[in-house]
Ligand binder design. Structure first.
Ligand code: ZN
Length: 220
């Protein structure tokens, strides 16, 4: 959000990255990647956002925060652990609200009003921090007036969810076909026939299972 086209920004962040990425960002949209931070949701949920630092790491991995913002949030969270913890819990609630809204849409169910209200609250908070910034060479872009607030990492996530919900891409939001996975992703494939969150993660596993099932049938 700092003036350069996204690709250049990402490139620059690659160079300054000091830590290897921790999160498996396969969804193609940051709000769906965020939903996937509760792993194995339908079997034995595993929380990947155990601490506020995890939330910052997610923001870093997803390119939502630059290294300066990451450092500032780390420092502030050490100085104010209770506030940081509150935002972590708030963030998890936002994540579950985003999940519930998208899950309802994918399953053609009514969207739970409480989940939509929860998402809207964060969308409005994010909007309250948005501002136009003049870009060198002319024109403007949206930016956030980030003063190092703990919840600044949540603003672009809420905004991404709102943008996706209000877009014609919404119909391509999917859950992985693997019943033991069900990670969310945006199917941007040409034919929109993608079934798996990731071919190496779930697609291959399913293929192998089908292969053995066929072999078994063949043998019996
Ligand atoms: Zn999967």
């Amino acid at each position: 959000m700092k003036g350069e086209p996204l690709t250049e920004t990402k490139e620059a962040r690659k160079i300054v990255r000091r830590r290897p990425p921790r999160f498996d960002l396969i969804a193609g949209n940051v709000c769906l990647d965020f939903v996937n931070t509760l792993d194995d949701r339908h079997i034995k949920p595993k929380e990947l956002l155990e601490s506020y630092v995890d939330l910052v790491r997610f923001g870093e991995d997803a390119g939502l925060l630059d290294s300066r913002q990451v450092d500032r949030l780390y420092e502030r969270s050490r100085a104010h652990p209770e506030q940081a913890q509150e935002v972590l819990i708030w963030g998890r609630e936002l994540r579950e609200a985003i999940h519930d809204v998208f899950w309802a849409i994918m399953n053609k169910r009514p969207v739970p009003p409480a989940a939509l209200a929860r998402l809207n609250a964060d969308v409005q908070t994010a909007a309250g921090h948005m501002r136009l910034v003049a870009v060198k060479g002319g024109g403007f872009e949206w930016s956030y007036d980030d003063q190092g607030e703990f919840d600044s990492v949540l603003w672009p996530i809420a905004r991404a969810a709102a943008d996706l919900l209000a877009s014609d891409q919404l119909q391509y939001a999917r859950a992985c076909f693997s019943k033991t996975c069900e990670w969310f992703f945006l199917d941007t494939s040409k034919n929109h026939q993608r079934r798996w969150c990731d071919m190496t993660r779930c697609g291959n596993r399913a293929k192998v299972q089908r292969f053995y099932a066929r072999q078994k049938e063949g043998n019996s």
